[in-house]
Write a new protein. Structure first.
Length: 95
């Protein structure tokens, strides 16, 4: 799963439960979904990644999708990816 999907616990919702999941992973807890917790792609899994997730859920997305802008996985980085990302932030499912 791509790090740019803020549904960290892969339950189909982007919400406080994802923040709790991320805090657990950053603290050294289990990561059963196998999602890449380095959301800001700085090579470290730390509080900055939790902050990136919170900002995204709050509607202030960070640039943590910069390594793979093809959010909807259609092979193109275009307006449809922007729409998919906005839908994610609004609580829609991960594409």
């Amino acid at each position: 799963m791509l790090a740019c999907c803020p549904d960290m616990n892969v339950d189909g919702n982007v919400d406080q439960d994802d923040v709790a999941y991320m805090i657990n992973v950053v603290g050294g807890g289990a990561n059963p979904t196998g999602i890449d917790p380095d959301l800001n792609a700085d090579g470290n899994v730390d509080q900055d990644d939790v902050a990136a997730l919170i900002a995204t859920i709050a509607g202030n997305p960070t640039d943590f999708c910069r390594d793979d802008p093809d959010i909807n996985h259609d092979g193109n980085a275009d307006q449809d990816d922007v729409t998919a990302f906005i839908n994610l932030i609004a609580g829609g499912p991960c594409p």
